[in-house]
Design a protein around this ligand. Structure first.
Ligand code: ATP
Ligand code: MG
Ligand code: MG
Ligand code: MG
Length: 467
């Protein structure tokens, strides 16, 4: 059966509501309870204090559809956008939680029931992974759910060190942690890529759709684990990835919602080729940047605001590549609101402001973009394999090109960027500025947010205020 994105949200929440879960609204992209976290990057963020035991809720089961952003911060998928079929910066995560209530058995069985019974995914296309020591989950999959053992893969400590594994989740260096079990869908042999755990698992054939995290331990400072008194469940499934399967397409960018956004991007940029990767990037980035403005993040030169600026400018550069020399990006906002405004009333309510903020940033960047691109094109014309750090720095400093934008252009042309040289140039400039007393270095240093190594300032624009 065909499920629209809206159908999937409703079906998911109804399924868990019928099983005693309280439906909780999506929380803002800027976490209210955690200044160390750049953006809400999963559904559990709003429950973090519940897991830590410092917050209590009047329910022990919850479900949500959470707006997530993975750009900047520990989880960063910005560089994947336009390159994989399955990654976005902004995406929606479907999740269900148990706070000391049900555990592995119920959770895995419900995942299976929803996927195969309600959404009717063919069971023989599904695979599962478990942490290598988690026999409990392995047995539930193979003996109770009946997944053939060939399709239940034990994943070891594949990230170097005890409990360092794709299938072992930790909230932080200490505290709640535990094994996780992930469900994958096989899109078929036409797509390159190997099954989970194999050397070419990074391809797009076997796509991870749902992660069941079982918090059952409390990690000690010495790296040992103790059982938690009340184990919890935290799950997350990518809405767009599920939609792709249910709509019979391989890429997330071919689902109903993205088709509409890509059509809007094609219109705004005057592009006829709907398969252009730049349209996918623009469609992805309008979601991220519009939701960020709606949640109060405006472009700036530090921290969250700088991530916002990087995403907007990256989108604008892709529009420029398609031939735009004047603001176009903000024109996608009405189409986005038409697609997502009902599910996210805050987006709809802030639409006008989103248009204004994006347009202002576009006007600003279009002043320097063409000239910067000329310089970059000139530097790349020589055909060397590496762009000198000095050039990347000049683009950053004088033309407002964030390093990842320069990287993005270079990657398209098979050229790498001398990042060490860029950093050295940045350091030299800072030293000169210090000597000349032009900048207050204490402020500049403050601006180097947790995830941006090079966010100091752009001399073209005055250093931004701390938001
Ligand atoms: P991947 O290995 O594909 O990058 P992940 O292991 O980083 O995914 P989790 O942190 O386990 O993802 O998040 C739970 C689910 O959220 C994933 O199983 C996936 O369906 C979805 N998801 C994660 N990152 C993205 C993204 N960048 N865009 C769209 N969906 C995502
Ligand atoms: Mg990931
Ligand atoms: Mg993964
Ligand atoms: Mg995962």
């Amino acid at each position: 059966p065909f499920f629209s994105v809206a159908d999937i949200r409703r079906t998911f929440l109804d399924f868990f509501a019928q099983r005693g879960h309280t439906v909780v609204p999506s929380s803002p992209l800027v976490p209210g309870n955690d200044p160390t976290l750049m953006f809400t990057n999963s559904g559990m963020v709003q429950f973090k204090d519940v897991f830590l035991g410092t917050d209590k809720r009047p329910y022990v089961r919850a479900a949500s559809v959470q707006a997530c952003l993975r750009a900047g911060g520990k989880h960063n998928d910005l560089e994947n956008v336009g390159y994989t079929a399955r990654h976005h910066t902004f995406f929606e995560m479907l999740g269900n939680w148990s706070f000391g209530d049900y555990f592995k058995r119920e959770s895995l069985k419900w995942s299976w029931e929803l996927l195969t019974g309600v959404f009717r995914l063919p069971p023989d296309r599904l695979w599962a992974t478990v942490y290598h020591e988690d026999d409990e989950s392995y047995d539930i999959w193979t003996q109770e759910i009946g997944l053939p053992p060939e399709r239940v893969v034990r994943i070891g400590d594949n990230k170097g060190g005890k409990y360092q594994s794709d299938n072992f989740w930790m909230m932080a260096d200490t505290g709640p942690c535990g094994p996780c079990s992930e469900i994958f869908y096989d899109h078929g042999p036409e797509v390159p890529g190997g099954p989970p755990g194999s050397p070419d698992a990074d391809g797009d054939r076997y796509i991870e759709i749902w992660n069941n995290v079982f918090m059952q331990f409390d990690m000690q400072p010495d790296g040992s684990v103790r059982p938690l008194p009340a184990p919890c469940v935290d799950t997350g499934m990518g809405l767009e990835r599920l939609a792709a399967i249910l709509q019979g397409v391989h890429s997330n960018y071919e689902i109903d919602l993205f088709r509409a956004l890509i059509a809007a991007a094609a219109r705004a940029t005057g592009t006829r080729d709907l398969d252009s990767p730049s349209l996918r990037v623009i469609a992805d980035h309008i979601r991220a940047t519009a939701f960020l403005v709606a949640d109060g993040v405006i472009p700036s030169n530090e921290g969250r605001g700088y991530v916002q600026r990087r995403i907007i400018r990256r989108a604008i550069r892709h529009g420029y590549k398609l031939g735009c020399t004047a603001p176009f990006f903000h024109k996608l906002v009405p189409d986005l609101v038409a697609q997502m405004g009902e599910a996210y009333p805050n987006l709809a309510a802030n639409a006008q402001r989103v248009v204004e903020v994006l347009k202002a940033e576009e006007e600003r960047f279009f002043e320097t973009l063409a000239h910067g691109m000329e310089i970059l094109d000139g530097a790349l014309a020589g055909g060397q394999g590496t762009l000198p750090g000095e050039v990347a720095f000049k683009l950053h400093d004088t033309y407002g090109f964030p390093l990842d934008l320069t990287n993005d252009v270079c990657r398209e042309r098979g050229v790498s960027v001398d990042v060490a040289g860029f950093e050295a140039a940045m350091e030299r400039q800072k030293a000169q500025a210090r000597a000349a007393g032009k900048f207050k270095m204490d402020r500049v240093l403050d601006y180097a947010g947790p995830s941006n190594a090079f966010v100091g300032y752009e001399s073209l624009h005055a250093p931004a205020k701390v938001v």
